[in-house]
Design a protein around this ligand. Sequence first.
Ligand code: ADP
Length: 420
Amino acid sequence: RVDVLSESQSLALDIGGSLAKIIYFQPDGANRRKEKTDGIPKLCIDYLDPKREGSSLSVRVPELNGTLHFFCFETRNIEDCIKFISEHYRQNGKEKRRVRATGGGSYKYDKLFSEVGVELTKLDEMCCTVAGLTFLLTHFDHEVFSFLYPDGSLPPPGLPESAPALAECRRFVDARPDPFPYLLVHIGSGVSIVKVTGHGQFERVSGSTIGGGTFWGLCRLLTNCKTFDEIIDLTKEGNNERVDMLVGDIYGGDYSKVGLGAGVIASSFGKVTMRKEPPPTFSNLRKAWRRVVCGTFWLWCDFMLNVPILGHFLRRLGLEKHLRSRIANIHFGKIFRAEDVALSLLRMISYNIGQIGYLNAKRYDLPRIYFGGNFIRDHPYTIASISYAVHFWSNGQTQALFLLHDGYLGALGAFLGGES
Ligand code: ADP
């Protein structure tokens, strides 16, 4: 059932613990003057997700006679989100504007929105998330995909040195009029696992506290990264084998009797415990001293990147990425690189969620598992790790399914009125 807001241009919100997701609906023919050539309205363009592209950002929906645009703010910067909405949605004099909203933040920040003349119509989070996914499954042909390498193989234990471009590995599945029953594994700050058996019929059957917030929180503790995007970029240069204990580290090769190859992770972060403390020689002392000096220097660089003019200058010189990766490594120096720690964490959490997702699908005999939530956010390593976990634990019987708009299920459901 499609029941959009009555305003000619409308928006809906899903304010979670980490991100405030916005869907902006542009009816066909509206706002042409303000559009950029690629069809995205100017007002959204500054906020678009740099990690996504194409139809992940904007998609025309014939059934709605308009285009949906997707973007988000970090919840820790909720004032920016409120400012954006108050500036763009209170143009009609003093009249209060109503916006459909879901997620815990729609309760927590209700007053702040009200102060700037925006009234939130609160809708249940789980209803909205399921409604959003069911709409995507039944209406969007270019939405659901599984992950396979271009040669048709499934993700091996341990990702290839250089991950293939995600676009080459997506195998899209057409929309299906009757998508039920299915299992949704929603990986936001925490994880919700929901069994859906029909329109509006669902049950939250399980969940986990080990989710996207855990990954991001541990990354902040263990590295000096300031943003999630920095961490994601860092994982692309990581080698988790430097910190994870593999079957091969224990057996010196495969453990063939139970079908475990040498490259399979036996213990996430286990290799950290195998490290011997360096003997107190003069050369080791010199190395430790050098780390302190370098660390102090990179801390100064971190400070300079935050000074407006200086930071701008360093960015113009193209030094930011290099400096950021050095800064991220301050805690670990040359012992454990932030890149390797980040990748190991990403795999640990993705494997864990893939496994509990599969076990729940088996428990309720559900044929399809959809993974959503912004933890995934189009990152090929995350998608490959979850796919691998599902493939591994199901003995190749089940395939993990992903969504182009994985982070916007709740916002889409709110836009549709929270009913599926
Ligand atoms: P919630 O509704 O709990 O905020 P989301 O589905 O929006 O859940 O996912 C939040 C998770 O997405 C974070 O915990 C983090 O792992 C990941 N994430 C992706 N992009 C960002 C970002 N720019 N800032 C913070 N977290 C991000």
